[in-house]
Design a protein around this ligand. Structure first.
Ligand code: HEC
Ligand code: HEC
Length: 319
């Protein structure tokens, strides 16, 4: 290499000399110049093809017509095209069939995460476990107020839920309240006394919580014999529930427990099908014009609710 280079004596100089050092006038290397011209060319091509020059109300459009939003819409359309065959199949399946089909089950669970996050997590927590003090039921334990089979869960989501217990402040003597609080605490440990149990029965608690105090799913009444608390196992909190009830419109201190309704139409349809089957009729013969007004709310689609039911079912507590 060195011998190819011209010796300093043969190179022109710029005429500048400092302390006896001459500034030479070597040409720039060819590779360097070529890259410079090439990058200039790329800028011009890019400039012509893509949106570039800012104007007062936007920018030049470019010959390709490319925009970020178009690219986003194209990607979205691709995702939807990939999901469509699954969504179409889901629409035709019952929730029970989805549970039995590994591929559809995986798809449902995968595509429910965002749906759950957007609509449910605010109350039930990410993953179905809310903060204990939040006052919302945990969906991951095997303790269900309204039933944990897939159809019960569908109904909970479609129709919403609102368990009610009247306030007992005016119905009980203070000693009776004490005894019932003690009954509830002792029941959860399996050591309730006969006297406490007798009071539970005499005061009508059994009518909603069941003879065995294990709760009745049709009413969403809590199981009082386990250690899973709907509200709290603390003595004062239990007293509060007994005194003020749950969703009792006449008591300003009542506990509020409202699961919103997500698809009124679907709820009516599930119920009508259930009645038809119980009456030995064919659910396909139901005249929906009779059953539906046509103005029922549908905040989530039937397919979304099926997916969510399957998702919640596999949190760990599904039956
Ligand atoms: C505004 C708060 C809130 C939102 C949002 C909410 N829930 Fe609920 N959910 C509740 C409450 C409160 C209950 C219990 C009702 C009761 O105690 O009577 C409940 C009950 C349930 C139950 C029945 C649990 C059982 O033990 O039987 C299921 C299942 C459920 N929710 C699923 C969902 C799903 C899925 C979503 C999202 C589409 C959702 N919830 C959105 C508040 C909410
Ligand atoms: C009209 C029906 C009804 C009657 C009567 C009733 N309960 Fe309840 N109770 C419920 C329902 C429903 C819930 C659960 C509310 C919810 O989560 O939506 C509940 C919840 C409770 C809880 C909260 C349990 C927890 O896990 O946090 C306690 C404690 C309780 N009831 C005790 C009693 C006692 C004691 C009596 C008798 C004095 C009684 N209840 C009478 C319907 C009733």
């Amino acid at each position: 290499m060195a011998d190819k280079k011209n010796s300093p004596a043969q190179v022109k100089d710029t005429g500048h000399v400092w302390d006896g050092i001459r500034e030479l006038d070597n040409p720039c290397p060819r590779w360097w110049l070529n890259s410079l011209y090439l990058s200039g060319l790329i800028v011009v091509v890019y400039f012509v093809l893509y949106p570039s020059l800012p104007l007062i109300t936007g920018s030049t459009k470019g010959l390709l017509g490319w925009t970020q939003i178009k690219e986003f819409k194209k990607d979205l359309a691709e995702v939807e095209a990939r999901r469509k065959p699954f969504e179409d199949r889901l629409a035709m399946m019952t929730a029970e069939e989805i549970l039995a089909d590994q591929e559809m089950l995986n798809y449902s669970i995968g595509s429910s995460k965002v749906l759950y996050g957007d609509n449910c997590a605010a109350c039930h927590g990410t993953g179905g476990a809310p903060a204990e003090s939040a006052g919302y039921p945990n969906l991951t334990d095997d303790d269900w107020l309204f039933g944990g089979n897939i159809n019960d869960i569908m109904m909970s989501i479609a129709n919403g839920r609102q368990g009610s217990m009247m306030a007992h402040e005016s119905l009980l003597e203070p000693e009776e309240v004490d005894q019932l609080v003690s009954f509830v605490i002792n029941s959860s440990k399996g050591v309730a006394t006969e006297a406490e149990k007798a009071l539970f029965t005499a005061k009508g608690c059994f009518g909603c919580h069941g003879d065995d105090a294990k709760g009745i799913e049709a009413m969403g009444s809590a199981d009082l014999t386990d250690r899973i608390w709907r509200f709290s196992g603390a003595e004062e909190e239990i007293r509060h529930t007994i005194l003020h009830g749950v969703n009792d419109a006449n008591d300003s201190q009542t506990r509020i427990a409202v699961m919103p309704q997500w698809n009124e139409k679907l709820a009516i349809m599930i119920e009508a099908r259930q009645y038809a089957i119980e009456d030995g009729e064919d659910p396909n013969d139901i005249d929906w014009d009779d059953e539906l007004e046509g103005d029922e709310s549908e905040r989530l689609t039937e397919t979304d609710i099926k997916k969510l039911a399957v998702y919640v079912h596999q949190f760990g507590g599904g039956q």
